[in-house]
Design a protein around this ligand. Structure first.
Ligand SMILES: [Zn+2]
Length: 545
């Protein structure tokens, strides 16, 4: 018997860089990629030269610092992609521009056709700093129903939309939702929580083929900002099929880890039946598209978060819970028994406390669970007791500085300055030993380095610096944005660091984020992004083979 000598390891890419931060404490100068994986690293710029062969692309990147590609722990890639097909009111800078875009769309639409806007807008970007009114939308589109969703929890509509959805003066608020009124009792055109879904159900959206194509364009925009993985924060089953279409057509430019929505409008039995009907469990899929788990929404956003103390601008209101805790406990326990991981939106401190009660009760019923099985999404307002309970229970937290960055001004109004300053105190979560994973939740491509800058400085878009004492180091910010999310996704053995044997998800920057002045990070964009050994962003063709 003779044995063939082992085939020499020939690299597809040999990258020589200024610095390569592994995010596990090492810094290298050269790195080798073969197929989808990192196969070799060296602290020596020329340490891997022997592995280069005729087919190896040698990338001279002495001007760049390499990091693991960013992994966003909570972002709505589906909505951000769909937004590219909708009325782009996120680009409006005044109410007149906003309603002008709606009027233009109505002019081009068939009679009675729904006009649906992008969700990625916010009134703080409008000169008037307020929502467009029902009357203004009626003026822009008297004959077409208009739905202008703003983020995940709020929408404004016109009279035709209320008519089309069968909402009259006496229609009751849906569970977990509110249909807004003016002081005289008439409708004001605002919808909150479940009311958004109640109206959105009447719209006709893009078909699956259009959605799959939009996911291609949408994911490429995130790749261009250095993102390698997105944990998709909420989709339904049709949208999961659109993701599968996009995967089959090789359109995705980021890895996606979807969460499937289990809505609060369902009865306990209907929710459990939905979960039974999925016929799969967490982890199903491949390296590009793998189901993360289930998504529950316990309270609202800045306007509807369930708070321990009333709203600063509305002393009679302390927000709302969408689920009865006993019902949520039963549904979560049944889901966990079927192999599902759960992420639950809890923004306000009353919601976080309620969720900790629910998760503790689930663990009491089903026994100990691996880390990142029961997850707190956001946990924006907490006290030390709640943070300790989360750590003790093994409940990780996904954190999103961009929400404070984007909505700090609204939080100052609704929650008041004291609560705004202590939104998502990453220093305290970190000191308590919490499992953290960083992300954005901003429903449009957002530069991860702006989020890192925000975690390091507590800076915001228009509310100044909020709670500078809660800043963390750039090193920790990068770690929870790479390793943290890899652990959240139960793939820390495959992703999250620059380590031989892991997937080659890399991003190269023209500055070293660990050495740079924090203020130089906010606008820093990558020279290239690689996912699974494939360039997903390479404007200067530095990775050309
Ligand atoms: Zn979200």
């Amino acid at each position: 018997m003779t044995r063939e000598p082992p085939e020499p390891l020939r690299l597809d890419y040999l990258i020589r860089a200024g610095a390569i931060h592994s995010m596990t404490g090492e810094t290298y100068r050269s790195l080798g990629v073969r197929g989808a994986e990192i196969v070799a690293v060296s602290a020596d710029l020329n340490g891997l030269d022997d592995l280069a062969g005729g087919g190896t692309a040698v990338v001279e990147a002495g001007d760049l610092t390499l990091l693991p590609a960013f992994a966003d722990s909570h972002e709505h890639l589906m909505e951000a992609s769909r937004n590219t097909l909708l009325v782009p009111v996120d680009k409006a800078r005044s109410v007149a521009e906003f309603t002008g875009m709606v009027a233009d769309a109505a002019r081009d639409a068939a009679p009675g056709e729904w006009i649906v806007t992008s969700m990625g807008w916010h009134e703080s970007n409008l000169a008037e700093n307020r929502l467009p009114s029902l009357a203004e939308l009626d003026g822009a589109a008297p004959d077409h129903p208009v739905l202008a969703r703003r983020g995940g929890h709020l929408a404004v509509v016109n009279s035709a939309a209320l008519r089309a959805a069968g909402i009259g003066p006496d229609t009751p608020d849906p569970p977990g939702g509110k249909i807004g009124r003016l002081p005289d009792g008439s409708r004001d055109g605002t919808l909150e929580g479940g009311a958004v879904y109640q109206v959105a159900a009447f719209t006709v959206g893009p078909d699956r083929a259009q959605l799959a194509a939009a996911l291609g364009t949408g994911s490429a925009a995130y790749a261009a900002l250095g993102v390698g993985t997105i944990r998709e924060a909420m989709i339904n089953l049709d949208e999961l099929l659109a993701y599968q279409d996009a995967r089959d057509r090789d359109l995705l430019r980021v890895r996606v880890r979807p969460m499937i929505r289990v809505g609060a409008e369902l009865t306990e039995d209907a929710a459990i039946a939905l979960i039974d009907g999925l016929g799969a469990r967490s982890g199903f899929g491949d390296d590009w598209l793998r189901i993360w788990g289930l998504k529950f929404v316990l309270d609202g956003g800045v306007e509807g978060a369930a708070l321990e103390q009333p709203y600063a601008n509305d002393p009679g209101n302390s927000g709302h819970l969408n689920w009865d805790p006993v019902a949520l406990t039963r549904v979560c326990a049944e889901a966990v028994r079927r192999g599902w991981r759960i992420g639950t939106h809890a923004v306000g401190d009353r919601a976080v406390r309620t969720l900790l009660d629910v998760y503790d009760a689930v663990v009491a019923q089903v026994g100990p669970l691996p880390p990142w099985t029961l997850v707190i999404e956001h946990g924006m307002l907490t006290d030390a007791t709640q943070r300790d309970r989360a750590v003790r229970g093994g409940f990780g937290v996904t954190v999103q500085h961009p929400l404070l960055w984007n909505m700090g001004s609204e939080m100052l109004v609704t929650w008041g300055p004291e609560r705004t300053r202590r939104v998502s105190p990453l220093d305290q979560w970190h000191a308590a030993g919490a499992d953290l994973a960083a992300g954005t939740d901003i429903v449009r491509p957002f530069n991860p380095m702006t989020a890192v800058w925000g975690m390091v400085t507590r800076g915001t878009k228009s509310a100044g610096v909020q709670g500078p004492e809660h800043a963390i180091s750039a090193d920790t910010a990068l770690e929870i944005y790479t390793m943290g999310t890899a652990a959240l996704n139960h793939e820390q053995d495959r992703l999250g660091s620059i380590t031989p044997g892991k997937l080659a998800d890399l991003v190269g920057y023209p500055a070293d984020p660990l050495a740079a002045d924090p203020d130089d990070l906010a606008e820093l964009t990558p020279a290239f992004t690689i996912v699974g050994g494939r360039p997903t962003h390479d404007p200067d063709k530095r990775l050309a083979r």
